[in-house]
Write a protein that binds this ligand. Structure first.
Ligand code: SAM
Ligand code: ZN
Length: 283
């Protein structure tokens, strides 16, 4: 819950520590200067400074699609590989795992299952994501914040940062990462969901995502190890529509058009999941 991660948070306006304030049932968080942020009924807190426009936030529908695809187990091998890598780098004592662009909190929850000493902070610009992520795991809390702006997280506080199919800026990830911490990034490989690109008009993955990532994070974060996770998964037509409707293509094509395009597909299809899992450490 939110209180588990409170010591790691900071005020997005003045950067001072945040404390609980029991003014309403759900309460709020307040800093020593007096900036106050209401805790939502669903347990997350919105730490976007006033006036921020969450233009790239995933919608409720995208989150529902993502949750359905994850619940069906299609990304389970990715979650398992990520959890194993991250848990192996965590210390035996209490530690923060921060997930930037956490979505439903699926990957964070899997890491926390493998790391009983850790607490998790799910950060996402979408309140629909924060709502779901706030209940993804008993040791997780969720905040609404913008990954492109200074993160509302204390310096060097995270022993691990996750960044799965989500935006990032190297200086902020480096700032919040502990000197012995690791950053785990998952990016799609060029053949990710390749069978669906033509029939559903999905956006193609840029060939050089992994190389771009290494370049963009250097020199503050250096590559420690890399794993290509790839496997076929069998999806129903509904799941195919959901997987298309949870990703970047959902911004360009509405769900009715995706469903119409999917009508030409067989009842079930074999789809390739193919991602690069990369582990970085502070340089
Ligand atoms: C493709 S989804 C990945 C979600 C999750 N990591 C997963 O793989 O299931 C990208 C997520 O990044 C979030 N997002 C987009 N722009 C963001 C920003 N500027 N700051 C924080 N999160 C952002 C979206 O709301 C969405 O939940
Ligand atoms: Zn403040």
């Amino acid at each position: 819950m939110l209180d588990d991660v409170l010591p790691y948070l900071r005020c997005p306006v003045c950067e001072r520590a945040l404390e609980r304030f029991a003014d309403t049932d759900a309460g709020s968080l307040v800093c020593a200067t007096g900036h106050r942020f209401d805790v939502a009924r669903q347990g997350y807190v919105n730490l976007l400074p006033g006036g921020a426009k969450p233009g790239t936030a995933d919608t409720a529908e995208m989150l529902a699609n993502r949750a359905a695809v994850q619940a069906a187990g299609h990304f389970r091998p990715v979650a398992d590989a990520l959890a194993a890598q991250v848990a192996a780098h965590l210390p035996p004592e209490a530690a923060l795992v921060l997930d930037v662009g956490a979505g439903t909190g699926y990957y964070l929850a899997n890491v926390l299952d493998e790391a009983p000493q850790a607490v998790g902070l799910a950060l996402d610009i979408s309140k629909h994501a924060a709502r779901r992520a706030a209940r993804c795991h008993p040791r997780a809390g969720a905040v609404v914040a913008d990954a492109w702006q200074p993160l509302p997280v204390q310096d060097t506080s995270a022993r691990a940062v996750l960044n799965v199919f989500a935006p990032r800026t190297a200086p902020e990830l480096r700032r919040v990462l502990h000197e012995d911490g690791v950053l785990a990034v998952v990016v799609p490989a060029p053949d990710h969901l390749t069978e669906l690109v033509e029939p559903l008009g999905l956006l193609r993955v840029d060939d050089d995502k992994a190389a771009d990532l290494r370049r963009n994070l250097a020199p503050s974060l250096v590559l420690l190890g890399e794993q290509h996770v790839t496997y076929p998964t069998r999806m129903t037509r509904d799941e195919v529509v959901s997987v298309a409707g949870m990703g970047p293509s959902a911004w360009h094509t509405d769900s009715a058009s995706l469903a119409a395009r999917a009508a030409s597909l067989p009842d079930a299809a074999t789809v390739t999941v193919s991602v690069h899992l990369m582990i970085f450490r502070p340089g």
